[in-house]
Design a protein. Structure first.
Length: 424
């Protein structure tokens, strides 16, 4: 790409310009859409975004002009909850679940997360990076330009470090941007089942200091659930993580009302994720501590459950809702944010605009990057997508297809696909 270029003839420039903070309540419905919009890029930055007729005089001879062909242009999706580094897949368990087995039954047979942990421990760093590159391409072709990426399938010091190093290499080797989260507290590994506190101590005394020292993660997460990490164990781990300067995220109230949301509030975590079973008291607590909920409807869908989180209550309570894919080989094997938009609208009854806000600017704020990405505004990094549709609502309406035709990261073309000229 040249140093400067302009994308013109955008049917809708979905800018999400607005207050410099996460969006709440009715603000989630305001995408700041500009009809017949244009965006000007110089180097890796957005130089201007707005109405074409207002920007035309700025498009000087040094700009290359790209015609968007009356298509939607919007920020790249920010996927704030993924598990993208693992070995092996679990299509066999998917078949077992389709035949009636439950997630818990499969786990009791040694399947579930433990089978991914075994495969990931056996994989080399090179193997993990190779698999991770394939998934990075999947994210990009679905219009995602930044992901939060968790470790958590190693559960030993060396294997957790190996996964975090793979995330670092993927961030350098692919156009996709990664924000690393240490999730050594994803599960109690089988060799510690009868010595839980020993494993908690291993995370606190040995894993966290190494992760912090090597600057391999910005956030620390823990799976808070009665039969995984109790609220007390989660508190110990996340308090230690905060002392190392890491931001906090929590897998909370996914399988039961275990107190994870209230703990997230108590710890002033950046996010509380999942929240399928969170009650009104938990929602009020999250609001009081400005914790952002990260909802993962793709995992509810893929597990065949009906227990979606209470998003309407959360929006009404003033929470800055985020939605994400939860991409992982067990409960949510999708990297597709458009698919998550579809499920959010059809199953949780979010409006398309609310879902898009939750998948872009609010997600960016949940990762501490609200000033850098998530909207199309002067000075932000030029991470944006041309989608092959005329109206942004089509992204959630037509489901199961890849809408993105051109994906730009930091002003560079990171993915493109040939699109049909035949459109009504
Ligand atoms: Zn997760």
């Amino acid at each position: 790409m040249p140093e400067a270029f302009a994308v013109v003839n955008c049917s809708q420039l979905v800018s999400l310009a607005g207050a410099h903070r996460p969006r709440i309540g009715g603000e989630l419905r305001n995408l700041a859409v500009v009809e017949d919009g244009a965006i000007l890029v110089r180097g890796d930055r957005i130089e201007a975004a707005g109405r074409r007729r207002d920007l035309e005089q700025l498009i000087t001879d040094d700009f290359e002009v790209i015609d968007a062909g009356k298509r939607v242009v919007m920020p790249g999706f920010v996927d704030a909850h993924t598990h993208p580094v693992f070995a092996g897949i679990r299509a066999n368990e998917f078949e077992q679940r389709a035949s009636g087995a439950t997630y818990r039954e499969i786990a009791a047979r040694g399947g579930g997360i433990r089978s991914t942990v075994r495969a990931t421990r056996n994989a080399s760093l090179k193997d993990l990076v190779k698999a991770g590159k394939r998934y990075a391409e999947w994210f990009l072709r679905n219009g995602t330009t930044t992901i939060e990426a968790k470790s958590g399938y190693g559960l030993t010091i060396e294997d957790e470090l190996k996964i975090l190093r793979a995330i670092k290499q993927l961030n350098e080797a692919t156009p996709l941007n990664y924000v690393a989260t240490f999730l050594g507290a994803h599960d109690i590994p089988s060799e510690y089942k009868t010595r839980r506190q020993t494993y908690v101590n291993l995370i606190i005394n040995e894993m966290l200091p190494r992760v912090a020292e090597e600057r391999l993660a910005e956030y620390c997460d823990a799976f808070c659930e009665e039969d995984v990490f109790t609220t007390d164990e989660t508190w110990q781990i996340l308090s230690a993580a905060r002392c190392h300067g890491l931001g906090l995220r929590i897998h909370a109230d996914q399988l039961s009302l275990s107190g994870g949301a209230r703990l997230a509030a108590e710890l002033n975590a950046a996010t509380a994720d999942h929240l399928e079973h969170t009650d009104m008291a938990g929602i009020v607590a999250l609001k009081g501590a400005s914790v952002q909920p990260v909802l993962l409807p793709g995992s509810v869908y893929a597990l065949g459950s009906k227990q979606y989180p209470a998003v309407r209550e959360m929006i009404d309570a003033g929470l800055a809702v985020v939605i994400a894919t939860d991409f992982n080989p067990g409960s949510s094997p999708t990297p597709s944010m458009p698919m998550v938009l579809s499920v959010a609208c059809t199953q949780m009854k979010m409006t398309p605009a609310e879902a898009i806000t939750a998948a872009t600017i609010n997600a960016a704020y949940s990762l501490g990057r609200g000033d850098e990405i998530g909207s199309l505004e002067k000075g932000k990094r030029a991470d944006f997508v041309i989608h092959d549709c005329e109206d942004y609502r089509e992204l959630a309406y037509f489901f199961g297809i890849e809408h993105a035709s051109h994906v730009f990261v930091a002003g560079k073309l990171a993915f493109s696909q040939v699109i049909s000229e035949a459109r009504p």
